[in-house]
Design a protein around this ligand. Structure first.
Ligand code: DGL
Length: 287
C-alpha cells in the first residue's frame, strides 16, 4: 500500500464525527474520557471484536488491520482518528501518520507526556506482548527526554481476564502478583497502563502497588485530542450533545456485561460491520 489515504471532505468539516478504534472494547475507556471532555462532538467507535486480540499478532498484521479500519473511517468521513489501542498505536501510528489525511493520534505519546508532567523518576510499564516487545514506550520516553529508570512487563493474560469480567477477581490478583513480582519489590513512582483494557484492573493494581501513581492515559488522550482539534479549527461549533455510532465486527458473548464494565452503561445503536467490508479495503488499495 503506497498511496495516500485521500478524503478531501473530512479535513474541512467541523461537524464530521471523530473516529475512534480499538481491537475490541478496551478502547471504550478512551472513548469515555474523550466523550466526557468533548460532549458535543459526534463519534464513530469501531471495535474489531472479530479479530481481537491484537496484542499477540505480528506488527504487519496489526498494521494491515489498522489501515483497513482507517480507510473505513475516512469513507464515513471522519474529521480525526484516535487509535484507542496501545498495540495498534505502537505497530501502526508512525505508518498511518504519513498516509492519513486527517489528524490522527494514538494513546502512547499522550500517556508518556502525562508521565513526564508528573515528574516520576522510576516508571513501571504494563502492556500486551506486542506493545512491550515493540519497545515503543521506551522510545517515546526517550524522545520525551525521560532519563529515569523503567521496568516493563508484558501481561498477556490480563486482556482475557478482563474480557471474562474478572477484573476484580482473586484469580486476577494472583496472576497480577506473579507478573508484578519485581515491580512490587521496586515500587515505581508511576505506572503506565499500556493497554486500554487495563484501567478496569486499577483496584487490583492499587492493592499490589499502593504507593505507585497510576497515570490516567485515557484522560491524557482526551486532552491532547481537544488541543489538536482546536489547533486545526476542527472543534464542533454546537451546544447540542453529540451522538455516537458504535460498530463492532463481531458480537462477543458477554457484550452487554462488558460494555457496562467499560462504559458504565449498555451500548445502544450498535451496528455489526461484516469483517469482509474491512478486508475489501486491502484488496482495493494494495499495489
Ligand atoms: N486494547 C488493546 C491495547 O490497548 C489490547 C487488546 C488486544 O490485545 O487486542 O493494547
Amino acid at each position: 500500500m503506497n498511496r495516500k489515504f485521500v478524503n478531501e471532505e473530512s479535513g474541512a468539516d467541523r461537524n464530521a464525527p471523530i473516529g475512534i478504534f480499538d481491537s475490541g472494547l478496551g478502547g471504550l475507556t478512551v472513548f469515555k474520557a474523550i466523550k466526557k471532555l468533548l460532549p458535543n462532538e459526534n463519534f464513530v467507535y469501531l471495535g474489531d471484536t472479530a479479530r481481537v486480540p491484537y496484542g499477540s499478532k505480528s506488527r504487519q498484521t496489526v498494521q494491515r488491520f489498522s489501515e483497513q479500519i482507517c480507510q473505513f473511517l475516512l469513507d464515513i468521513p471522519v474529521k480525526a482518528i484516535v487509535i484507542a489501542c496501545n498495540t495498534a498505536s505502537s505497530a501502526a501510528l508512525d505508518y498511518l501518520e504519513s498516509k492519513v489525511t486527517v489528524p490522527i493520534i494514538g494513546v502512547i505519546r499522550p500517556g508518556v507526556k502525562a508521565l513526564i508532567q508528573r515528574g516520576a523518576r522510576m516508571v513501571g510499564i504494563l502492556g500486551t506482548s506486542g506493545t512491550i516487545n515493540s519497545g515503543t514506550y521506551l522510545k517515546a520516553l526517550e524522545a520525551a527526554g525521560f532519563s529515569g529508570e523503567t521496568e516493563s512487563q508484558a501481561c498477556p493474560l490480563f486482556v482475557p481476564l478482563v474480557e471474562e469480567g474478572w477484573h476484580n477477581h482473586v484469580v486476577t490478583e494472583q496472576v497480577a502478583r506473579l507478573y508484578l513480582q519485581q515491580m512490587i519489590m521496586h515500587s515505581p513512582d508511576a505506572l503506565i497502563l499500556g493497554c486500554t483494557h487495563y484501567p478496569l484492573l486499577e483496584p487490583v493494581l492499587r492493592r499490589l502497588l499502593p504507593k505507585t501513581f497510576i497515570i490516567d492515559s485515557p484522560a491524557a488522550v482526551a486532552r491532547d485530542l481537544a488541543t489538536l482539534l482546536e489547533e486545526k479549527a476542527l472543534l464542533r461549533q454546537s451546544d447540542a450533545p453529540g451522538s455516537t455510532r458504535f460498530y463492532i465486527t463481531d458480537l462477543p458473548q458477554k457484550f452487554e456485561e462488558l460494555s457496562r464494565q467499560f462504559l458504565g452503561y449498555e451500548l445502544k445503536n450498535l451496528e455489526k460491520l461484516p469483517i469482509e467490508t474491512l478486508e475489501r479495503y486491502t484488496e482495493k488499495h494494495s499495489c
